[in-house]
Design a protein around this ligand. Structure first.
Ligand code: FDA
Length: 393
């Protein structure tokens, strides 16, 4: 039987961050993970370059039953604090788009940086180990490990993330343990995930698979102006991934193929300049050719641009700007970047991430009901919540 100050279960973004800061305060920290390597989601993130934060990160970029909960941690450990850490480790980075910051080199630099911080502060890491039964009494957590040991720890941090990508070892462990200790779990669902289509909607779009175009995508009064990618299963790309966090089964999504443009006046100009060109051909001035042909066919306009009357132009404008589709579903946890929902924030202290039910129990990162937009926001939550717990333990 070993006694330590703090056991952190999960060596992902939040757990590693928490460990380095808790150990810096002199606590004996052990991080365990059932995976063979730490920070696997960091390694594969951002196409291998890790979109590690966002310059615009703030509470408005997160979904939660309590939209105020994330404010404290995000304000106390900001994107600038993380940039400072990245800078101290000499990691070169660049802004891609919309405030999204990526490593110039490999994402593993971020994992190596967190491991270096843990070594510097003296936190221990054991891989290939999972936790089994956990009980709590007399101010101590007793944790059975797969190695057969029983560990005694004064504090316990749940940092096992969400349920997305089970093939990578994602589990609902944090949710189960939190529930065991009296915490409510909000509804969980895959988010930042591609939509699937079926029937005629899918058949109609199949010839366009692989095409990417800027759109304004809207559902449930929420819109995103980003790229849409048509896939052989349905709709993906940043605009659709963002929308998936707000969409619910049976809801329509509306797609504007001319975001930021006045469709009516763009089409009137086209009518004057395109002359005898077919509608499909003329629309290539505004859209990729395959999409232009699809829009003209959907509008049922086989004539020349110059022959369109005012009502035809109105009809074409709405075909372009108010394309309605009802997804059959999403690709689910198999490809979702994150899990929406999780351990309810009502049972946690926003400043420290400590349980309000069990002193010494903490929950951080994606396991908590705080889910960021696409674009570095989820890692920023992992850093901020990990820091909040790490500096409180
Ligand atoms: P995380 O999932 O990182 O870590 C949890 C750890 O717990 C894992 O190491 C796991 O092995 C371990 N674990 C799970 N169950 C366990 C158990 N029962 N026992 C022991 N260990 C257990 N975000 C972003 O901001 N920018 C980006 O570029 C990307 N890109 C991206 C790409 C892809 C493909 C995915 C799937 C996700 C992203 N994300 C992202 C989201 C981001 O990766 C995610 O939100 C954070 O990694 C969450 O950090 P956590 O530490 O909470 O969980």
């Amino acid at each position: 039987m070993t006694h330590i100050d703090c056991l952190i279960i999960g060596a992902g973004a939040a757990g590693l961050m928490c460990a380095a800061h808790a150990a810096a305060r002199g606590a004996r920290i052990l991080v365990i993970d059932h995976a063979r390597a730490p920070g696997e989601k960091i390694r594969i993130s951002g196409g291998g370059r890790c979109n590690f934060t966002n310059l615009q990160a703030g509470p408005d970029n997160y979904l939660s039953e309590n939209p105020h909960f994330a404010k404290s941690a995000l304000a106390r450990y900001t994107q600038w604090d993380f940039l400072d850490l990245i800078g101290r480790h000499g990691i070169a980075w660049h802004e891609k788009t919309l405030g999204q910051l990526f490593c110039d080199g490999k994402a593993t630099q971020v994992v190596d940086m967190l491991l270096a911080e843990m070594r510097r502060t003296g936190a221990d890491l054991r891989l290939g180990i999972s936790a089994g039964a956990i009980d709590h009494g007399d101010g101590v957590f007793r944790v059975s490990l797969s190695s057969g040991e029983i560990l005694h720890s004064t504090t316990l941090v749940l940092a096992t993330g969400g349920k997305s990508i089970p093939k990578m070892g994602a589990t609902d462990f944090a949710l189960r343990i939190a529930r065991q200790f009296g915490h409510r779990i909000t509804e969980t669902r895959p988010a930042l995930v591609p939509f699937t289509l079926n029937g005629p909607a899918l058949a109609g779009l199949k010839p366009l698979a692989g095409l990417s175009t800027p759109v304004r995508a809207t559902t449930a009064a929420t819109s995103f102006d980003e790229a849409m990618l048509i896939t052989h299963r349905g709709l993906s790309g940043p605009a659709m991934l963002q929308l998936s966090s707000y969409w619910r089964e049976g809801q329509e999504i509306a797609i504007n193929l001319l975001p930021g443009q006045q469709a009516q006046s763009a089409l009137r100009d086209l009518k004057t300049t395109a002359g005898r060109k077919s509608v499909s051909n003329a629309l290539t001035a505004l859209l990729p050719a395959r999409l232009a042909a699809h829009v003209a066919a959907r509008a049922g306009l086989t004539c020349n641009m110059a022959d369109l009357g005012a009502r035809d132009l109105d009809h074409l404008a709405s075909t372009l700007t108010d394309w309605r589709l009802t997804p059959a579903g999403t690709e689910g946890y198999r490809t979702a970047e994150v899990m929406l929902g999780g351990i309810s924030t009502e049972g946690l202290e926003a400043r420290t991430m400590e349980s309000r039910h069990i002193p010494g129990l903490y929950a951080i990162g994606e396991a908590v009901d705080v889910t960021g937009w696409l674009g570095g926001y989820n890692f920023q939550w992992a850093w901020s919540s990990g820091w909040a717990a790490g500096t409180a333990i």
